[in-house]
Design a protein around this ligand. Structure first.
Ligand code: FES
Length: 88
């Protein structure tokens, strides 16, 4: 099955908020939870939710207010279940 894209905003607002600290943590989490066979992490331009903190997107769902401190909790509680949910 083709890999799906897990998108991380690398736009300037998200950059200011520390996306470059989030990125290595996210890569480590993807390794730890063995998601690398399922999804590819992609950077994107602004996802147009700058006022809601660092943003990620998977399928049609946005994950907002990510920061270097909460990425692990957000990943486990929100992103991982979304990635593991069946495709519709
Ligand atoms: S720069 Fe990330 S949402 Fe705009």
């Amino acid at each position: 099955m083709a890999k799906e894209h897990l998108i991380l905003c690398m736009g300037s607002a998200c950059h200011q908020l520390g996306v470059y600290e989030v990125l290595p943590k996210l890569q480590a989490l993807m390794r730890d939870y063995q998601l690398e066979d399922q999804v590819v992490l992609k950077g994107s331009f602004c996802l147009e939710t700058c006022s809601d903190g660092i943003t990620m997107k998977f399928r049609d769902r946005l994950f907002l207010n990510i920061n270097p401190q909460n990425i692990e909790a957000k990943f486990v509680e929100e992103i991982l279940p979304a990635v593991q949910a069946e495709r519709v």
